[in-house]
Design a protein around this ligand. Sequence first.
Ligand code: NI
Length: 177
Amino acid sequence: MAIKPVLKMGEPLLLKVAQTVEQFNTPVLDALIRDMQDTMTALDGAGLAAPQIGVSLQVVIFGFKKNQRYPNADEVPFTVLVNPRITPLSDEMEEGWEGCLSVPGLRGKVPRYTHLRYQGYDQRGNVIDREVNGFHARVVQHECDHLQGILYPMRIRDFQSFGFTETLFPGQSFPDE
Ligand code: NI
């Protein structure tokens, strides 16, 4: 389909609560997901939420293949998640670096739940219900935050751990979400 421009922080739509998807298995939903997939692939991202391409619906995609550029991140299966709900399965939180396609060039340390259950649907309306840890749990929380109008800088506790990627990590690159 098409690579779409990604909205950047400052755009009011990124601060809105996204609307619930009411109809599954429709050409409109399929086209949205193809656009999201094309855009995420083109930008080498690990996740993307529909509001980031200007569509205020409860749809996120994410997925990450282990590769040489990012030796330390765990693999996450490619997933389309519609109308997601997250339930933390412990109080434990962990700080970890994140970047966002809507906040280009920057990275910050963000606290996230380490262990959670997420539920929702794929684009056909099939139920998704998973229990995950670590990087997978982090990516899901980052993407689902986008559906609540929350960008990761709003979650940073210590702004000494927020800066430009090229300054913090010279010569390295990371998958943004
Ligand atoms: Ni993001």
